[in-house]
Design a protein around this ligand. Structure first.
Ligand SMILES: Nc1ncnc2c1ncn2[C@@H]1O[C@H](COP(=O)(O)OP(=O)(O)O)[C@@H](O)[C@H]1O
Ligand SMILES: [Mg+2]
Length: 142
């Protein structure tokens, strides 16, 4: 990793002294496939999200919402442009660091799958906390 000074898990709400936005999406382009058959899913998406800000992303089916969320969650990387989560440029992270980001910092509720049916809603929410071996008490509180 480069000069990443991003705080550890759980520090996201600890204040905003740096003034760094929670999320910066900068001129993100992404396409699927190549040549004449390429689908340009994102053509220069740019925006920032402040700490604690609630944002809804709207657009018709096929407009690139899921593609953009995959970029922000480190599940896929843009062809060009940058995604910076809490000061960390995701392009500087290796696979295991991206895994930690997804486990500790980014929560995804997928449209059509991802819940474990034998667990309660609260237990499902607690799964990533179990994976990072959070104390049961801290997990319950969260
Ligand atoms: N894995 C893929 N391979 C090829 N084309 C894809 C793939 N995923 C999405 N697309 C295309 O990219 C565009 C954006 O899709 P998507 O990000 O899923 O939009 P939304 O979530 O807004 O419906 C669409 O034209 C879609 O068909
Ligand atoms: Mg979608």
């Amino acid at each position: 990793m480069t000069e990443n000074t991003s705080p550890g898990p759980g520090a996201a709400l600890a204040g905003d002294a740096s003034g760094e936005p929670m999320l910066r999406v900068e001129a993100v382009h992404h396409s699927y496939g190549t040549g004449a058959g390429a689908v340009h899913a994102l053509r220069g998406a740019s925006f920032t999200v402040r700490r604690g800000e609630l944002v809804a992303l709207k657009g018709r089916s096929g407009s690139g919402k899921t593609t953009l969320l995959h970029m922000i969650g480190g599940l896929d990387s843009p062809r060009t442009g940058r995604v910076v989560v809490d000061g960390t440029d995701l392009s500087t992270l290796g696979e295991s660091e991206l895994l930690e980001l997804r486990r500790d910092r980014i929560g995804f509720v997928f449209q059509s799958f991802g819940l474990i049916p034998i667990l309660t809603a609260a237990e499902n929410v607690g799964v990533p906390l179990r994976l990072r071996r959070a104390e049961p008490r801290a997990r319950e509180e969260r």
